[in-house]
Design a binder for this molecule. Structure first.
Ligand SMILES: [Zn+2]
Length: 251
């Protein structure tokens, strides 16, 4: 096989490998993201549960206080029936009125805290439902990772072996150049020629879309054993078999 074809094969295997790995990577990322979200919701849930508990304790305390005040008022009213003079009676009236104000305050506060507790309860119910839904999503994401691993594991190993073999078949300097350019372009060491305009013989690079001189395309047609790079992005250029066939002068 001419060098150009060997390189193209290696490039295609590389692309397949990256596609496979990215499927597994994105499944793993999704799983981790779901886990993190669940963790956040659980934290929020436990904070709300604490706040709700505190609000309930407060309400109970205030209700108890109001009941105690009520009891004192009853006692004072009974005393009023047994007083001996007007002065004592007046004093009791003043005391009862003062206590009534206190009772009103307690009741208002209890109501306020009850409203607060109710709001917290609603929020707690909502986050509890959220947590349940998220737990299900975590399981789905986890299964996806497992399925992906099971499906891809063997294929990945096989493809990696094939890819490594294809790389070994290349001359060392070519392989080194290929790997170096791949690193520069996120794995895309190569780019194919795009036919822009047949009549005006306009071609471009699929990596950077810069126009390519006809001489470069001709070199690719005739010199199959040499590396031809895009002068603009540096990727190794190749001709898709279909294009090569279409622009072949013998045709
Ligand atoms: Zn280019």
């Amino acid at each position: 096989m001419p060098l150009q074809e060997d390189l193209r094969q290696l490039f295609l295997l590389d692309q397949q490998l990256r596609g496979m790995r990215s499927r597994l990577d994105s499944a793993t990322t999704r799983h981790q993201r779901q886990l993190k979200k669940l963790e956040q919701s659980n934290r929020q849930k436990s904070e709300l549960a604490d706040q709700y508990k505190q609000a309930q304790v407060k309400v109970t305390g205030l209700e108890k206080q109001a009941a105690e005040i009520e009891q004192r008022i009853t006692t004072l009213r009974e005393q009023m029936n047994t007083v001996k003079n007007h002065k004592e009676y007046q004093a009791l009236v003043v005391e009862v009125n003062t206590i009534k104000v206190e009772k009103g305050k307690s009741e208002d506060q209890a109501l306020e805290h009850m409203t607060k507790a109710e709001t917290l309860k609603n929020e707690l119910d909502a986050i509890t439902a959220d947590v349940l839904a998220q737990e299900k999503l975590v399981v789905v994401a986890e299964n996806e990772v497992k399925t992906c691993r099971a499906e891809l594991g063997k294929q990945l190993d096989e493809l990696t072996a094939k890819r490594d073999l294809a790389a070994q078949e290349l001359p060392t300097d070519v392989r080194v150049t290929f790997e170096r350019i791949a690193v520069l372009h996120d794995g895309d060491a190569m780019a194919h020629i795009i036919l822009e305009d047949r009549k005006n013989m306009e071609y471009s690079c699929s990596g950077c879309y810069m126009q390519q001189p006809i001489e470069r395309v001709s070199a690719l047609m005739s010199r199959g054993s040499q590396i031809t790079c895009c002068a603009s992005c540096g990727r190794i250029l190749y001709l898709e078999p279909e294009l090569k066939e279409a622009i072949s002068p013998t045709k």
